[in-house]
Design a protein around this ligand. Structure first.
Ligand code: RFL
Ligand code: PHB
Length: 412
């Protein structure tokens, strides 16, 4: 197998561009420096496989983008095995349970008792910082702020990726392309539409997320079901709280001054005790729509989609990042198998292998979302939701099912 150890760069003349195009050769061209792209690049590096990562945003933007916060035990284990978990072990918060609040009372789901496992609360942007540092320290190539990225000839043995940077055109010639460019990326739309089936559900609500300079008001996450709508108490550190409020998907942020946000959070998160939510300056706020989305298959010839490029889950189950990591773990193993043995069987099975987990996680995220959010209309559904919350917090079997999914199903 032609194992090309180092990306080499050379220039050629492209008559269409009427100027020189810089060409880089590598084994795997990766589009996107989110969790999927960066974890994949580092896993491949550890197996001696070269890759180049292309990212259209700046390094600073990637490192400061506030997103996920909950890591499954399997994600934590993988990051540690990859040698990028040192700061996560120091600064991450290990949680052995979550609280579900409704009807004025809190109910703890005890992960340790129910599964023997825990989750770690550690911001996605911190993982991104750790991964970028690790890649650059290993002389890995990540090109930030690239423009006009396009993928070509991935239905042949000679895929390529083109992009522009500093006014020049560049081309990456590779054996495979990994589309790790998120939901709005360019890789999935480059696949012929008749080769893909899309499964989608858009929810009639969104989340207003805030980051506040306030000490968390509880040691664990609180998922609250309330007549006024869902609310979530999470955190990033002993000084920073992360909070979410159910809102409409096109909510106007201008209608949410700080005092309204705090008032609504106090109402929705209240219980019958004298518990109060700590307040503080709001550092960031934003609205996210919610959808469930899966594209099948997750591969087309020599292009493989991973993470949000292939699927989206509503954030209620805290699964998006974890699913992205699970995909690239499967992909890295399949690529290693190909380069070491010359066999494509694991690459051929990539989509089927990933989709099994993807659909189980879709089910869990949909279920958490439908149990915890208020929606218009049918009083029957509200009674049913309360019965579901009652069941899940009082039956060991039901709590265990929630806990098993929340801490993360075993990796393939
Ligand atoms: P990403 O993170 O979107 O990364 C894709 C990268 O590709 C770049 N890109 C391009 N680069 C080059 N050329 C192009 N044409 C490009 N187009 C895009 C982008 O700039 C970006 O850097 O996808 P990836 O790697 O698949 O990772 C997925 C996760 O980021 C996502 O699923 C999670 O953030 C979802 N999520 C959560 N997941 C969890 O596991 N636990 C959580 O607690 C959790 N909470 C959340 C969340 C997502 C949220 N929002 C904002 C959507 C909470 C929220 C509010
Ligand atoms: C977060 O901390 O951002 C977070 C936690 C749990 C979720 C979603 C987001 O379900």
């Amino acid at each position: 197998m032609g194992l090309r150890k180092h990306p080499d760069e050379f220039a050629s003349y492209d008559p269409h561009e009427s100027k020189q195009v810089t060409q880089i050769r590598t084994q795997v061209g990766i589009v996107g420096a989110g969790p999927a792209g960066l974890v994949l690049a580092h896993l491949l590096h550890l197996e001696g496989i070269d890759s180049v990562v292309l990212e259209n945003r700046s390094r600073q933007h990637c490192e400061e983008r506030i997103r996920a916060g909950v890591l499954e035990w399997g994600t934590v284990e993988l990051l540690n095995q990859m040698g990028v978990g040192e700061r996560m072990q120091r600064e991450g918060l290990i949680h052995y349970g979550i609280e579900i609040r409704f009807g004025g009372r809190g109910h703890r789901i005890d992960f340790k008792d129910l599964t023997g496992r825990a989750i770690t609360v550690y911001g996605q942007h911190e993982i991104i910082k750790d991964l970028i540092r690790a890649r650059l320290e290993s002389n890995g190539q990540i090109f930030f702020e690239v423009e006009d990225v396009s993928v070509h000839q991935f239905d042949t043995e000679y895929p390529s990726i083109r992009y522009r940077q500093d006014g020049n055109t560049h081309e990456i010639r590779c054996d495979f392309i990994a589309g790790c460019d998120g939901f709005h990326g360019i890789c999935r739309p480059a696949i012929p539409t008749d080769a893909l089936t899309v499964y989608e559900r858009v929810y009639p609500f969104g989340w207003l997320g805030i980051l506040a300079e306030a000490a968390p008001s509880s040691e664990e996450l609180i998922y609250a079901y309330n007549d006024c709508g869902f609310a979530l108490h999470s955190m990033r550190s002993p000084q920073i709280t992360r909070l979410y409020l159910q809102c409409s998907p096109d909510e106007d942020l201008a209608k949410w001054p700080e005092d309204r946000i705090w008032q609504e959070l106090q109402t929705r998160l209240a219980d019958d005790s004298d518990w109060r939510l700590n307040e503080g300056p709001i550092l960031q706020k934003g609205v996210t729509g919610m959808r469930s989305f899966v594209v099948e298959p997750m591969q087309y010839s020599r292009m493989f989609l991973a993470g949000d490029a292939a699927h989206i889950v509503p954030p209620t189950g805290a699964k998006g990042l974890n699913l992205a990591v699970a995909d690239v773990r499967v992909l890295a193993r399949a690529l290693k198998h190909f380069y070491s043995l010359g066999r494509t069987n694991l690459l051929d099975q990539y989509s089927v292998t990933c989709l099994r987990r993807v659909w189980r996680v879709q089910r869990f995220s949909w279920w958490m979302t439908s149990m915890l959010h208020r929606h218009e209309g049918n009083p029957f559904d509200q009674r049913r939701q309360l019965a579901e919350l009652d069941y899940v917090t009082s039956s060991r079997a039901a709590s265990q099912s929630l806990a098993e999914n929340y801490v993360g199903l075993p990796m393939e």
